[in-house]
Design a protein. Sequence first.
Length: 508
Amino acid sequence: MVAVVLFGAWLGLLIVGSVLTPVGPMDTRMTLRPSLTGGTKINVSPLGALELATHTGPVRLDVDVDQLDPVRSTALVEHPERLSGLQSEISRDVRTGTTELAVRSVVAVVSGATALGLAVYRRPRRALAAGGLAFTLLGASAAGAYATWNPQSVLEPKFSGLLSSAPQVVGNARSIVSDFDVYQKELARLVTNVTKLYDATSSLPTFQPDPATLRVLHVSDIHLNPAAWHIIGSLVEQYGIDVIIDSGDTMDHGTSAENTFLDPIEDLGVPYVWVRGNHDSDRTQEYLERTRNVHVLDEGRAVSVGGIRIAGTGDPQFTPDRSREVQGDPAERMAGIRLASALRDQERAGTPVDIAVAHDPLAAEQTDGVVPLALAGHVHHRETRILPYGTRLKIEGSTGGGGLRALQNQKPEKVRASVLYLDRTTKRLQAWDEITLGGLGLTTAEVSRHLPEEAGKPGAESGTDPGTDASTGPGGGPGTGRGTGAPSGPPGTASPSGTGPGLPVPEP
């Protein structure tokens, strides 16, 4: 009976479970689809799509933007004063469309289950029972969606396609809209911007950086992939990056012959802060120290660049050198302890550090409690954690897609980088965008917005990036098995980032 009801309900939704409805100047098609995770997906052809975690349940709302109505869009362009009333108009259109979709879906689900029940059982009572069960399941799904409704999901959209190229504007941390009507307001902004995109023949606009926000690009583990410099240069231009932080393994073998690979760094046009990875040699470091816009950090050295103070240390091991015995985790832990000691010295000197950088996450973990934000790489997957004493540890994946090592894997390793948004006054993290590109031979692109509040209170973990096996170490080898590590600072030495009043609503 359950199988008949589910199949019949699916057939009903497939046949008649969608409505055509205008939303502002656009003609859209709203559809309910079976789903394991729920949520809302808005397809804006040909620009791409964005996904919102609006609810959890067995049904997903798909909204397809079919076309821009020439009459309504022309009226908006010719009478811009109508934009002031666009929010209420869109809210009314969405409410009308979703109400019609709900009624149609109930009819479709019950009719489909009843009709299939009658065809299978050949008895009216059994068919009516199937229809009743379908109505009950649909009601339970609606109740689940209502209970898990999250209007704030529009603040953290996941973009794909051309839309992933549009940099997101983040303002200062003085206010945040937290009322229920945030969903309606952001939907109005989304539609307004999509209208502008269509009006500009689908060319993406370049947003100007908010003066109250510092933009830091975190890259790591480039591993001699020349394509990485083109990606980094594009991100610097699109996002208005103030500082680039590279957490190491820019090279693969650290030979002098590889040094010319580093020359494009000078053309990026912004300060480049670098720490040595376990694939970077002393010759690599010496070459970068002579590069004009590069700041090499080692043994706790700190620099003030781009409006923030950064300290870091190089990896104590150089693994391509087979003549040396690999010292493993103890060496990484000691490097982190020395870095934490240097951070305390900086604080006592009245020049506290905003960001600590190390290549290995184990070394970065030792700075817990003495710096708000720590960055690392090495493990080729993306992860964000709040350490026990409040430091936020952000581990970046491979911006070079594993370099030539990607050819050794069955699937291409994805290219990863993150844009960190910091308040210019407090230097605390406001939000971050995770950029994920398809690896060798792939052309996919995603941008995911994250707010500090999503990581929760100290001790919470966000988990690893599902796109990469967390047990895979650099180059597809075995993982390092890192633990949390012993905290190196007393409780209360530094407060967790992101506990301030939060962000204003960014425009999609």
